[in-house]
Design a protein around this ligand. Structure first.
Ligand code: SAM
Length: 308
C-alpha cells in the first residue's frame, strides 16, 4: 500500500494532505540543526549535492530497509556520511560508492580501521559499478540505499534494474514528481514508461516526502523516499525483457495517441493490431497509460507471435 507523509524536522505532521502540510513546515531552530561537520569539499551542484540536514529523515530512511543485521548494503552517493554513520552499526557489511573524490577521501579516512572494518568506501561513478560482479564475488545479495543525485536518478534506476537479480530491496530518495511517477497505478495521470518499467522489476511504495529545507543547500523541489522490493514480472507474464522493454518504449512514445495508433506507427500492420487487441480483450481506443501490465504483455506476445 502506498503511504504518503511529509517528515518534519521535529515530528511527523499528523494526517493533513501532502500539499497543505507544506505550508505548516517550520525551519529548524538553530539548536535543532545537526552539528555541522567540517566540509571536506565545496559543494558541487553539478553532482546533485544536497546533503540531508533533517534530524529525523536519515533514521526513517535507514529504518525503511528493515532488519540489516545479516545484510550487505550498497549506499549510492554517501556524501558527508549522514546515512553511512547510521547504517554502519546495523549492517554486516556496507559498500558506499561516491563520485566526489574529496568526499570519498574524507569518508575513507573516517572508516579506515584495522582489518575487518565493515565499511568500504569506493570513489567511483555508480553507473560504472558492476553490482552483479561485486555481489557475486562476495557471495552476497544487496540492499541498496541512497539519497540520489537527481540529475541521474533515471540512469541509476535503469542501472539498478540491470542488476536487479542481486538486489533484494532499494530505499531511494528522488524528487517528488519522479517518485509519484514510479508508484503510479495504470490509469492514473502519472502512469507512464517509468512506472511500467519500474513495476516490471519491483513492487513500489512511496514512503514519505521531504521539503527542500530538509537539505543543505535546499533543492528547488520536494523530495520523496520510495521503497522498491525487487520482484521481476517478466517470467510470470511470459515476456522476454529486452523485447518487452523496447515494446514499452514504443507504446509510450507518443503520449496523446491511442495505443492502437502508436502500434501502427511503430510498424505493426492494422490487421495484426486489431487481432492482438481482440485476443487480449483490450479496447482499441485505449491509451497506453490505461493498460495494466498483464494486458500489455498479452498484446506484446500476440503481436510478436504474429510477427514470426
Ligand atoms: N547521502 C548524502 C546525504 O544524504 O546527505 C549525500 C546525498 S547527495 C543528494 C548525492 C551524492 O551523490 C553526493 O555526495 C554526490 O557527490 C554523489 N554523486 C553524484 N553523482 C554520483 C555518481 N555518478 N556516482 C556516485 N555518487 C555520485
Amino acid at each position: 500500500m502506498m503511504q504518503r507523509r511529509i517528515l518534519d524536522f521535529r515530528s511527523q505532521l499528523g494526517s493533513l494532505p501532502v500539499r497543505s502540510r507544506a505550508s505548516n513546515l517550520r525551519h529548524p531552530q538553530p539548536n535543532q540543526m545537526p552539528e555541522r561537520k567540517h566540509s571536506p569539499s565545496r559543494q558541487k551542484p553539478k553532482l546533485g549535492q544536497h546533503f540531508l540536514v533533517s534530524t529525523t529523515a536519515p533514521r526513517a530512511i535507514v529504518d525503511a530497509l528493515g532488519d540489516l543485521s545479516q545484510a550487505t548494503v550498497l549506499e549510492i552517493g554517501p556524501g558527508k556520511g549522514v546515512l553511512t554513520r547510521l547504517l554502519a552499526p546495523r549492517v554486516e557489511r556496507l559498500v558506499a560508492i561516491e563520485l566526489d573524490a574529496a568526499l570519498a577521501a574524507s569518508l575513507q579516512l573516517e572508516w579506515m580501521q584495522p582489518a575487518g572494518s565493515s565499511v568500504e568506501v569506493l570513489c567511483q561513478d555508480i553507473l560504472n559499478f558492476d553490482l552483479t560482479h561485486w555481489a557475486t564475488q562476495h557471495g552476497v545479495r544487496l540492499q541498496v540505499v541512497g539519497n540520489l543525485p537527481y540529475y541521474i536518478s533515471s540512469p541509476i534506476l535503469t542501472h539498478l534494474f540491470a542488476h536487479s537479480a542481486v538486489i533484494d530491496r532499494a530505499v531511494l530518495m528522488t524528487q517528488r514528481e519522479v517518485a509519484e511517477r514510479i508508484v503510479a497505478p495504470p490509469g492514473s495521470s502519472d502512469y507512464g514508461l517509468l512506472s511500467a518499467t519500474t513495476q516490471m522489476y519491483a513492487t513500489t511504495e512511496n514512503l514519505f516526502t521531504l521539503p527542500p529545507e530538509a537539505f543543505s543547500p535546499p533543492p528547488k523541489v520536494y523530495s520523496s523516499v520510495i521503497r522498491l522490493t525487487m520482484h521481476s514480472r517478466f517470467e510470470e507474464l511470459g515476456v522476454e525483457p529486452v523485447g518487452f522493454l523496447r515494446f514499452l518504449r514504443q507504446v509510450f512514445a507518443l503520449k496523446r495517441k491511442t495505443l492502437g495508433n502508436n502500434l501502427r506507427a511503430s510498424g505493426y500492420s492494422p490487421a495484426a493490431v486489431d487481432a492482438a487487441f481482440q485476443r487480449v480483450g483490450v479496447d482499441t481506443r485505449v491509451r497506453a497509460e490505461a493498460v495494466p501490465l498483464p494486458a500489455m504483455a498479452g498484446l506484446f506476445v500476440a503481436l510478436t507471435a504474429d510477427d514470426s
